[in-house]
Ligand binder design. Structure first.
Ligand code: IMP
Ligand code: MG
Length: 175
């Protein structure tokens, strides 16, 4: 049986997202940014974030995979499962990531997008497990720093489960 221990309430997540939205709205006013969400984990964050943004913007998704089924640690190899379907040359691109752990995924994605010559490229992450970082990576808009432990809920999964939970939970060992 999986054991879930509450880490963040839906309200705490909502407050963090409202703050992020204010910062993003201040910086991207009149720029029609392209928000690029990283599937699957960021779908819930993206939906709630853009509902708080009162300005012209566009949404795109890429799908990357670095964990594989049933893993709690990055395999270290990132795969583009679904690439960009829209040109980003000259666009103001903001990557929307659920969580940054080793930094391998975000660092890979930023390099991949930079090659396509956007006008600007920044990253927004809802959760940061800063103590797990293996590759330094800039996070321009950060929601909440969390402890070094595997978490699920609010879009994040373990073996495709628990994405629907509105709060964030530690997934305890032995589950
Ligand atoms: P990184 O490449 O190690 O930074 O891992 C980033 C990706 O791994 C995130 O986009 C998530 O999809 C996934 N991930 C990292 N930590 C967790 C976690 O604690 N729970 C669920 N997914 C995670
Ligand atoms: Mg992810």
């Amino acid at each position: 049986m999986p054991q879930l221990q509450p880490l963040l309430t839906p309200q705490e997540i909502k407050d963090a997202i409202e703050r992020l939205a204010q910062e993003i709205q201040r910086d991207y006013q009149g720029k029609n940014p392209l928000l690029v969400g990283v599937l699957k984990g960021s779908f819930m964050f993206m939906a709630d974030l853009i509902r708080n943004l009162d300005m012209p913007l566009e949404v795109e998704f890429v799908a990357l995979s670095s964990y594989g089924r049933g893993r709690k640690e990055s395999s270290g190899k990132v795969e583009v499962v679904r690439g960009l379907h829209t040109p980003i040359k000259g666009r103001h691109v903001l990557v929307i990531e659920d969580i940054v752990d080793t930094g391998i995924t975000l660092s890979f994605l930023l390099k991949y997008l930079q090659l396509k010559k956007p006008a600007s490229l920044k990253a927004c992450a809802l959760f940061d497990k800063a103590r797990c970082r293996q590759v330094p990576v800039p996070i321009d808009y950060l929601g909440l720093t969390i402890p070094d432990a595997f978490v699920v809920g609010y879009g994040l999964d373990y073996d495709e489960q628990f994405r629907h939970l509105p709060g964030l939970y530690f997934l305890k060992e032995g589950s």
